[in-house]
Design a protein around this ligand. Structure first.
Ligand code: FDA
Length: 415
């Protein structure tokens, strides 16, 4: 039997950072992960360069970039461990990085540098009288809690480990082939915590084969759009919470992807439509009618290339014979209809590409059952939940890693 101050299940972003921070507080930490590779999700993140945080995160309103059933839950942890704190750590380890887009920070080299930094931080625990021991690969088969002794026991392939504190850092369900499991949520439920039904987030959207057929030829086209959630028929409430992203859209063979779609997918509810403005910032109706008034003899598709990729313009006008003509021969009504469709393209996805392609899981351990200060379960002393296992999901752009660091930090200070 092995004794520790804390056992952390999951050696991903949150688990590694929590282990390092707790170890540096002088605690004896055991980190258990069933995968043989260390922090595989960090390694593949950001195209191999890890978008490790986001400078635009507003410490006074951090919840703006996060989804959760309780939008204020993430506030305390994110305000106490900021992107600036993580950037300072990167500087300390001499890891260079750059800003790409909307505050997103990426390693100049590879994500492996970030993993090495977290492992090095774990090693420095011994200089502070602590210890981080890592059992990996190691399967945790069963967890029990002895309330009278205030001890958690974890039965593993390498023996029985005990500690007064247990941290669930097993992440979400995305990319099952690299070791994602629902173990954290099963344990949370075992100890009486509620779990908000998980679903894939930051994921491409798919459409019914026949309905999508007219657009399938546009696969590969990318363009900047404004994309919004839309109300399902008869639904009024959603209008208030309508959210819009200005990002790039990518057409695929099965549907839509690209940053715009990944962002909106986390907010999309099954059965609801989404709305896409394919020419944001352009008053297409006015522009097309003005071209007609000038007597332009250009085909409508050619006029549209001023604002849209030509393959998209060609495909779009092929949908209606009234648009397959020189603009001076088109009716005002046909032009208005074309402009309306392009600037408010309403479509109902039939699904998503699922966890196989999702970057995150929306939902997770219900924040009503956790302390926002410490991440400890309110009714289960010594049990903590951090990172993606919790019902806090960030936008695309480094926000999910920042939540992993911040929740891990809050927990490590409290154990
Ligand atoms: P994480 O998934 O990192 O770690 C969980 C660990 O638990 C894993 O090591 C797993 O093996 C282990 N585990 C699971 N079940 C277990 C069990 N039964 N027993 C033992 N161990 C178990 N975010 C971001 O901010 N910037 C980015 O650039 C990207 N890019 C990106 C790309 C791709 C392809 C994906 C899939 C995801 C991203 N993300 C991202 C999201 C980000 O990777 C994610 O939010 C964090 O890794 C979450 O950190 P956690 O530590 O909570 O889970």
């Amino acid at each position: 039997m092995f004794s520790y101050d804390v056992i952390i299940l999951g050696a991903g972003a949150a688990g590694l950072f929590c282990a390092a921070q707790a170890g540096q507080r002088g605690l004896k930490v055991l980190l258990i992960d069933h995968s043989s590779a260390v922090a595989e999700k960090i390694r593949i993140s950001g195209g191999g360069r890890a978008n490790f945080t986001n400078r635009d995160l507003d410490p006074s309103a951090p919840q703006k970039h996060f989804l959760s059933s309780n939008s204020h839950f993430c506030r305390s942890a994110l305000a106490r461990f900021t992107p600036g704190d993580f950037i300072a750590l990167m500087h300390k380890h001499g890891i260079s990085f750059h800003e790409k887009h909307k505050g997103q920070l990426f390693c100049d080299g590879s994500a492996q540098e970030l993993i090495d930094m977290l492992l090095a931080e774990c090693q420095t625990a011994s200089a502070h009288g602590g210890l981080v021991e890592r059992w990996q690969p190691c399967k945790a088969n069963r967890v029990d809690h002895d309330a009278s002794a205030c001890l958690y026991s974890v039965e593993t392939d390498r023996g029985l480990a005990k500690a007064p504190a247990l941290v669930l850092a097993t992440g979400g369900l995305s990319i099952p082939k690299i070791g994602a499991t629902d173990f954290g949520w099963r344990l949370a439920r075992q100890f009486g915590l509620r779990v908000i039904e998980p679903r894939p987030g930051l994921v491409p959207l798919t459409f019914d084969g026949n309905g999508w057929a007219p657009y399938a030829g546009m696969a590969g086209i990318a363009l900047p759009v404004a994309i919004s959630t839309s109300e399902a028929p008869g639904e009024k409430k959603a209008k208030k919470s309508r959210i819009t992203f200005h990002e790039d859209l990518l057409f695929t063979h099965r549907g839509l992807s690209g940053p715009a779609v990944l962002q909106i997918s986390s907010y999309w509810q099954a059965g609801a439509p989404i709305s896409i403005d394919l020419a944001p910032g352009v008053d297409l109706a006015t522009e097309l009618l003005a071209a007609k008034a000038r007597g332009s003899r250009k085909l409508i598709a050619n006029e549209l290339t001023a604002w849209l990729p030509s393959r998209l313009a060609d495909t779009w006008v092929s949908l209606n014979s009234a648009w397959q003509r020189p603009i001076n021969e088109a009716s005002d009504k046909a032009l208005a209809q074309l402009a309306e469709q392009l600037s408010d393209w309403q479509l109902v996805p039939t699904g998503t590409e699922g966890y196989r392609k999702a970057e995150v899981t929306v939902g997770g351990v219900d924040t009503r059952d956790l302390s926002s200060q410490t991440m400890e379960a309110k009714n289960q002393p010594g049990l903590y939940c951090i990172g993606e296992v919790v019902d806090v999901t960030g936008w695309l752009g480094g926000y999910n890693f920042q939540w992993a660091w911040a929740s891990a930090h809050a927990c490590a200070q409290a154990i």
